[in-house]
Design a protein around this ligand. Structure first.
Ligand code: ATP
Ligand code: MG
Length: 419
């Protein structure tokens, strides 16, 4: 196998080897290479201990990422490389963290602690591929399988259950039978895992091209991770949600919104926001999903509200997101035969949106031809001013009034007279 490593990776391996240590590229980058995909980063493992690594790279910039766990980040020609000492995990007592981490002598020991066979391969130009668990064969078959006994491996660290879903969703590999059985059986152990780690793996799963299939196969695991989803997942809205997800662009905010679009219930209208806050997701994502899933904005099945009205309510970025989400919702709702027509319809909405922007149409208070001072001069006071401006904006947005000073002031005076 000819594995073309980037020059800085080759240099790091060569430096470690020249100092008498074993060193390999390992994990995700080897998997991606075997699959013919471009790795997004390179991890290195070595027999050198952290102090020994520091000596080998004493002339380079290093960052002490996790020296206690044997990890040093080295910057070679601007490329950050995470270099970690071979290690084996001690016993897991709490289903989350090994009680101890021991350095290991051989790369095979290090590979044996890794989660899946496809992630448990190492490579160096000197040794070639090190693949003690059949990772290459599983890559070729397209199968996700635990290293060792799945039940034991999930018992050590339940996060691996969600990692299995994530890799399956990304690569489209089915999860091997014993691994899948252990994932279903071990799902309640996810309660011991921190919300933040769960959020990372779920976001990764949602971002996968094959996420709908995986969530269709593991609804119980999803509910163990997010118990508040149970009502949705076991309702007749769930198949539609999965279809919507498969039509939604691969963007974290949009995928979360698609998952949670049908989640609000009469008794819990703000469930999407509650769920995301519970997972400690970034505030911006929580707030955006809250708006994107808020019912009045997405009542597109009875006709999309005017684009300018959406712009007024949501601003530009969220209006664009809303159009993508509603398009996916409509595609999921309709028979495949009308896919083309729906895509064209939404393309037209996007063109209309950009026409509005090009023409600088008014959709916000700051663009309105009158302001608070004008209202005060007309004799309005206190909260009346804001209320009137907002009412005028709405009338302009709905094309009931032109955005012209005279027309707007006339409307204000008229209204005062009638009071
Ligand atoms: P990605 O392309 O998503 O980064 P990756 O394989 O690099 O994929 P990481 O989460 O970055 O995934 O982890 C790096 C490697 O560390 C994995 O390939 C795997 O070998 C190992 N690993 C990570 N997390 C665990 C875990 N919880 N249990 C066992 N091994 C793990
Ligand atoms: Mg990685």
């Amino acid at each position: 196998m000819d594995f073309v490593l980037p020059a800085p990776v080759k240099e790091a391996l060569a430096k470690l080897e020249a100092a008498g240590y074993a060193a390999y590229a390992v994990g995700g980058c080897v998997r991606d290479h075997v699959l013919g995909m471009e790795p997004h980063d390179y991890d290195i493992c070595t027999s050198a201990k952290p102090e020994e690594m520091q000596r080998v790279f004493k002339n380079e910039r290093t960052i002490e990422t996790g020296v206690k766990h044997g990890t040093l980040t080295v910057l070679l020609s601007g490329m950050p490389l995470e270099i970690t000492t071979f290690r084996v995990d001690g016993e897991y007592l709490d289903g989350r963290h090994p009680a101890s981490v021991e350095f290991a002598a051989k790369v095979e020991d290090d590979l044996s602690r890794r989660d899946f066979t496809i992630n448990a391969m190492a490579y160096s130009p000197k040794t070639g591929l090190v693949d003690p668990f059949g990772g290459q064969a599983d890559c070729n078959k397209g199968l996700l399988r635990c290293v060792g006994e799945a039940e034991q491996r999930f018992g050590e660290d339940a996060l691996r259950i969600l990692r299995a879903l994530r890799f399956s969703a990304r690569l489209g590999f089915p999860i091997e039978e014993a691994t899948a059985r252990a994932a279903h059986a071990g799902r309640d152990m996810l309660q011991k895992i921190s919300r933040e780690r769960i959020a990372v793996e779920l976001t990764g799963t949602l971002m996968g091209a094959h996420c709908a299939q995986v969530l269709a196969d593991f609804p119980d695991v999803l509910c163990a991770a997010i118990p508040d989803l149970e009502t949705l997942v076991y309702s007749d809205r769930w198949p539609h949600t999965l279809r919507t997800l498969s039509y939604t662009p691969q963007d974290p905010t949009l995928r979360w919104a698609a998952l949670l679009l049908e989640a609000p219930r009469p008794d819990r209208p703000d469930l999407p926001h509650e769920i995301l806050q519970g997972l400690k997701m970034p505030t911006k994502l929580c707030e955006t999903v809250r708006k994107l899933t808020f019912y009045p904005y997405r009542d597109s099945r009875n006709g999309l509200p005017p684009i300018r009205w959406l712009l007024m309510k949501l601003g530009l970025e969220q209006t664009e997101q809303m159009l993508l989400l509603l398009e996916a919702d409509m595609l999921a709702l309709r028979p495949a035969s009308s896919e083309q027509a729906i895509r064209e319809e939404y393309q037209q909405y996007r063109e209309e949106l950009h026409r509005h922007l090009d023409e600088n149409v008014c959709y916000s208070l700051s663009q309105l031809a009158v302001n608070g001072q004008d209202m005060a001069k007309a004799g309005l006071r206190g909260p009346q001013i804001g209320q009137t401006l907002n009412r005028l904006l709405l009338q302009v947005v709905m094309n009931e009034l032109p955005n012209e000073r005279e027309a707007l002031m006339n409307a204000v005076h008229q209204e005062k007279k009638e009071q």
